[in-house]
Design a protein around this ligand. Structure first.
Ligand SMILES: Nc1ncnc2c1ncn2[C@@H]1O[C@H](COP(=O)(O)OP(=O)(O)OP(=O)(O)O)[C@@H](O)[C@H]1O
Length: 848
């Protein structure tokens, strides 16, 4: 374990994704051949691999309104293991390990969970009782406290109830950081108040009666009357008391703050806005609340809520109010002033900005190399000349609205609309799927465009600039083009005008670099912004996608369509033409904005120049999880002013911080699964953050479409995908067909362990290749537990216990026994996890 240092990973294999799961499926021929009754359609890749076997699928009952066609397999309730119904970790044991077998379809559904749901329910009952007792105690304490004129200075123990536990013998094998919170957490332990010794966990349930009030103030739907507008950047607390705690200028001050009784902060129990613009935030009610844990970028308040304050990349701070003459816009909206009044803080940050952005992220290259790389790249993709090759959302919306007015759908959903579209598209049985009719059109058009362009380039018939640009409208058919002009779609401007000029490189992927572009806000930029904004600027991430030399065109085409179409579809509101039925009159209503994906990175545009492609994305100003975990390993190099990441272990996150991120991650993945997409390459490098801790899943190049709008079935796949440490064991089994949703769940578990340990669990989940994984398997088999999980510590023994249960269920080697993302989200651990994002209920999963 000690050897399992963090290092950036490139993916094992670029997915079957669109190439295998939908490419064939979506060819016009494929569709017309598809079954309108939703019969299983074999995946092309699968057919090749198993010529005599039909594609392996899970069929879910779509006719039942209570069952989603895209529902995860439901674990059956296992027989009770414990009389009391309380899962006893020490006695938990896996049934003798069987070779993972997916031979029988029934077997897929006769799953015996490691800890039965019933047990867990009973455990929940006990939890509730305990909770009630705790609340009563707390109420008594509160009453006692309210008698005092002066609020006593409470300190809370971090994991105090763990202290009595005897360290296990295997401590010597235990990774250095595992199970401990941040080194800085130790300081929190030091502030234990002997008189008022509560655990943070107890505080999580504190003040239940005010929950409703708080929810109202947090919820996105309700704005309290008595609110104070929360202005400015989320990352920089503005209220003077907060500044007393940590003004950002002195990070060390934060830990000392715990000892200062006068350090009272205003609790901002607020949700994260989907947009990061501060001014777009819902109003919130400020409740005076004491900070009980104050780490550099994470604070926990007395009422159990917390706040993330992740570092913004220095380049952003340096750029946010810089006006280049060309960018200047006299129409800049009034909200500039709101954001602009962090100038004082900006100056502080400017002084601290010693790391070069590129050094921070591209640790493997020095500044000169990066500069050179950037110049090369600038030569190759000219943002001044790159144009969008997709219709704007405004355009799509107007088209849908037009269709909804001209057609007279009978059943109130858009199935009829699609059927009446004049295209030979089967009936939509799964309207929630991310891949539907619009995506199909885009996929076909894009694939054709890419193939045509690249083939002509390969044939050295380039002179391509003029032709390429003249081709850019090919993706949009003639009719649309005419309508577009008629609709005055002004979005057809070059990349540099729409998204600004490149100000630096933020990362490098397999197919090119990721740059930051910035431009001034204009009056046309309306709230909420679709990307990060700071000061007068909007920032965008642009990822250049170019075929690697020698790469087959098809491979690149697949990669690009997967990357863009899946990301775009998941991250964009679907404008559905609805009809409102009132009495017997059916009338069309404006398209409904269906969007609820705060944890999916928004993919904004795809541009093209000279057969190179630029994907425009929402920019995440605090970088990726990998950088967050290795943040303390940055050492400045005096000689060239750049910074490097020391190879080695990362800094673990505080368990409460990690839990919040886990909940966001699971919600994001659940959203993908609900829309028929599995990510298949979840790893810290593909998890991005906004400064307020809002997590965004990115990189859909490896994602797999396991269910389209026309299918009732879940397609399985085979072959390992993703990055080795995060890949589920079944993916390594030759020819084994696995459920892509369950491998996502495994990867989430590994990502979580990496967050709390700062190191990988193992390098690869193949026992013959990795002794740690081998010992995991044998310990689980022999002892029913794994020492690393047993050594983990949380803020309370109860949270620790619940988390352990969830981890054991996540790391079921046999996928048929593994918990699904949905179940994990419903686990007692996750339900008790305070998350700083308030999730609206998803739209109905009912198929029509
Ligand atoms: N929208 C964004 N905002 C901020 N940083 C980003 C953004 N997109 C990508 N990055 C940075 O760039 C890195 C590479 O991006 P990405 O993972 O999308 O490239 P990739 O080509 O898919 O990489 P690979 O194929 O090697 O996984 C990310 O790890 C992240 O650090």
């Amino acid at each position: 374990m000690g050897d399992e240092k963090l290092s950036r990973h490139t993916s094992l294999k670029r997915a079957r994704s669109l190439s295998e799961s939908i490419k064939g499926l979506f060819k016009p021929s494929g569709i017309s051949g598809g079954s309108s009754t939703g019969q299983p359609s074999p995946r092309p890749g699968q057919d090749q691999a198993h010529p005599h076997q039909p594609a392996r699928i899970i069929t879910s009952n779509v006719s039942s309104p209570s069952v989603s066609p895209i529902q995860s397999p439901v674990l059956q309730v296992a027989p009770k293991h414990h009389k009391l119904g309380v899962p006893n970790i020490a006695k938990l044991s896996l049934s003798p390990s069987r070779e993972p077998s997916l031979n029988s379809e029934n077997e897929m559904f006769s799953q015996e969970s490691f800890i039965s749901e019933k047990d867990e329910d009973e455990a929940n009952l006990l939890e509730r009782e305990e909770l009630q007792n705790k609340n009563e105690e707390q109420n008594q304490r509160k009453q006692a406290r309210s008698k005092d004129a002066h609020v006593p200075h409470h300190r809370y123990t971090i994991g105090s109830d763990e202290a009595e536990r005897r360290p296990r013998e295997r401590q010597k094998n235990f990774p250095q950081n595992a199970g401990q919170s941040n080194p800085t957490n130790n300081s929190a332990n030091h502030v234990l108040d002997q008189e008022n010794n509560f655990s943070i966990d107890a505080m999580l349930d504190y003040d239940d009666e005010s929950k409703f009030r708080r929810r109202n103030s947090l919820g996105v739907r309700t704005n309290s009357n008595r609110t104070r507008s929360r202005k400015n950047s989320l990352s920089t607390p503005r209220s003077p008391p907060m500044k007393t705690v940590n003004d950002g200028a002195n990070p060390n001050a934060s830990n000392n703050a715990m000892n200062n009784t006068s350090n009272r902060v205003y609790m901002r129990g607020r949700n994260h806005s989907d947009s990061i613009s501060a001014s777009s935030l819902p109003k919130f009610q400020e409740i005076e609340c004491k900070c009980i844990l104050d780490l550099e970028q994470f604070k926990v308040f007395e009422n159990g809520y917390h706040e993330h304050n992740l570092k913004v990349l220095p380049i952003i701070e340096n750029n946010k109010n810089v006006d280049s003459g060309e960018d200047k816009d006299a129409d800049a909206p009034a909200n500039n002033s709101e954001d602009g009044d962090n100038d004082l803080e900006t100056n502080i940050h400017k002084q601290k900005s010693v790391f070069s952005l590129s050094g921070l992220f591209k640790y493997h290259k020095d500044a000169n190399q990066q500069q050179q790389q950037q110049e090369e790249d600038d030569d190759q993709i000219n943002l001044e000349k790159a144009f969008s090759i997709i219709p704007s959302q405004k355009f799509i919306k107007s088209q849908v609205l037009k269709k909804s007015r001209t057609s007279t759908p009978k059943n109130g959903n858009n199935d009829e609309l699609m059927k009446n579209d004049g295209k030979n598209i089967p009936q939509i049985v799964n309207p929630n799927a991310a891949v539907g009719a619009e995506e199909l059109k885009l996929i076909n058009a894009l694939s054709e465009k890419i193939r045509k362009g690249l083939k002509s380039e390969n044939a050295k018939n380039s002179g391509s600039e003029t032709r390429s640009n003249s081709n850019k409208q090919e993706v949009i058919d003639d009719t649309e083009n005419k309508s577009r002009t008629a609709n005055n779609d002004t979005s057809h401007r070059p990349c540099s005008q729409k998204y600004g000029k490149s100000i630096g490189v933020v990362g490098a992927g397999a197919y090119g670099v990721v740059k930051i572009c910035a431009r001034c806000k204009t009056s046309k930029d309306i709230l909420p912004y679709s990307t990060y904004s700071s000061g007068k600027k909007l920032f965008f991430a642009v990822k250049e996608l170019k075929p690697k030399p020698g790469d087959p065109i098809d491979k690149f085409c697949t990669r690009l369509t997967s990357e863009f179409i899946i990301g775009h579809s998941l991250s964009h509101p679907h404008f559905e033409a609805n009809t409102a039925v009132s009495g017997s009159i059916t009338r069309p209503t404006p398209p409904r904005h269906v969007f609820n994906a705060p944890n999916i990175l928004k993919i904004l545009d795809l541009m093209e120049y000279n057969n190179s492609f630029v994907e425009v994305m929402e920019f995440c100003a605090s970088g990726d999880l990998y950088s967050l975990l290795t943040r303390n390993n940055i050492s400045s190099e005096a000689n060239n002013g750049s910074s490097r990441l020391k190879e080695g272990s990362g800094s673990p996150l505080h368990p409460l911080e990690a839990d919040c991120f886990m909940k966001q991650l699971l919600n994001g993945v659940q959203y993908m699964h609900d829309h028929g997409i599995a990510h298949c390459d979840l790893k810290p490098e593909n998890i991005l953050f906004q400064p307020n801790g809002l997590l965004k899943i990115c990189d859909f190049g490896t994602s797999s479409v396991f269910q389209t709008a026309w299918e009732k079935h879940v397609h399985f796949q085979s072959g390992a995908m993703g990055s080795e440490p995060y890949v589920a064991p079944e993916e390594f089994i030759r020819d084994m067909e696995y459920d892509p949703r369950l491998v996502d769940c495994w990867s989430c578990g590994i990502v979580y362990c990496t967050m709390i340990m700062g190191q990988y669990l193992w390098k690869i989940a193949i026992p013959e290749k990795d002794s740690l994984f081998k010992s995991f398997l044998s310990e689980i088999k022999n002892d029913g537990q794994f020492y690393l999980f047993e050594e983990l510590r949380h803020v309370s023994s109860e949270l620790n216990r619940l988390r352990k249960i969830a981890l054991y269920r996540t790391f079921q080697v046999d996928p048929t026994k593994r918990i699904s993302i949905e179940q994990l989200l419903q686990s007692s651990w996750m339900r008790r996890t305070k998350c700083c994002v308030v999730y609206r209920p998803l739209h109905n999963k009912v198929s029509k």
